[in-house]
Design a protein around this ligand. Sequence first.
Ligand code: CS2
Length: 488
Amino acid sequence: MERPRLSERTLAQARGGVLCPTYRRADCHIGWVHFGAGAFHRAHQAYYADRLLGSDPRWAISAVALHSVAARNALAPQDYLYGLFELAAQPRLRLIGALREILVAPIDRAAVFARLVAAATEVVTLTVTEKGYCLNCDGVLDASHPDIVHDLAAPGAPRSVIGFLVEGLRRRRAGGQRPFVLLSCDNLPANGPTLRAALIAFARHIDPGLAEWIGSQVAFPRTMVDSITPASDAELIERVAQMSGLRDDWPVQREHFTQWVIEDVPEVRRADWASVGITLARDVSHYERAKLRIVNGAHSALAYIGLLRGRATVAEAMADRPLAQFIEQLLREDLGSSLPASAGMDGAAYRAATLERLRNPSVRHQLAQIAWDGSKKLPVRLLPVAAEALAAGRPLARLALPIAAWMRFVIARARSGATLIDPEAEQLLRVGAACTDEPQRDVGRFLAVREIFPPHLVSVPAFGQALLEAYRALGANGSIPAALGGDA
Ligand code: CS2
């Protein structure tokens, strides 16, 4: 059936029960620039902006897509309106009006800078994924990264988000304007300070005075963001159309649960974040560690082991008893035990709630999606916990299993000729293709990848030994040893 396309003009035709913007879009102004116009942003930060707009017209968003025109092409004909579908026993559809434009960085560079220097722009957020920060395995700016090399040679025509932000801040400083506040919303430890260090390192190459200004004048609060957001698919498009009566070419979906914690510094108080359910906290670090280790750590473990065991989604992997038992142990004994006991956080309750979210059958979250970019995820989700376990003399057997499963996953990709979505794909596929099922040699080949495994870990024999045992035990089909909760 031909349905009218969602747009300003047709918004009022949305069926009853669909939540629509409670404010007049025409009265709102863009005061917020976001880099990374993907599904997570549209399901998370833009949802909060949409609610803020109910009482404060300053927070409409200009989103910048760093590479692709796809989101703009899909959403421009809809006046950037789209559906946010909440996956729950009682699904809910909300039409989000907070997004006002999508700029495509390589095409609209001048417009991006115009937004960055506009006096109304007070907040700049980022969801550019781990790899968008162009960091090396020590978490500092990689000056040899091709995009950074390019941007340092041509700072007025950047490719990377780092280059855009430094040039935007340079222009604001030159114009005598106060800086915007910068909120990194990626799953990185100490995301704010990490972004700050990267911008300062970049700016130093251009103008030490600018680096100094960024260091002293720009606020980089830490944040923790959380909401499971499976990629959009044809089924979602159909469900949204049926529920709203309108055609929407790129809706997004997420679980009902959503959380955003922002470090409470004076600069963030430009918006009333708390009024829409965002937590402002003096110390975000314990939220961030819990999220990265429990939610993201469990995700990566489920992805690599689950795929070896022939599972496709997180809920399917959690319905695989030996795997679910392993994950429960891993969270309790390893990932969870590494968390400092802290006020306001009940570790056992957090773990239980996370497991409940992972079991949610309404959320069809593809393991293959989570398996992307392992070279950037393992070093923040699992390797630091392994390093701590080694230092404390705790056993490594469980922690080694998902890391070894990732090696098996890469090998399987290399052998089948499938693509590997990872910034290190070329190198990893070469390593995977060279493996010969001799565990010692295979594991050794992976451990030699310096972009992932830091020397301080690789040089500890117990680390290599634990990986070797895990690699052997898993085999090609992901067997989980009985001693680790499994069936083998
Ligand atoms: C996932 C995350 O794809 C992944 O690596 O672990 O995107 C995860 O779903 C979100 O961080 C949840 O907030």
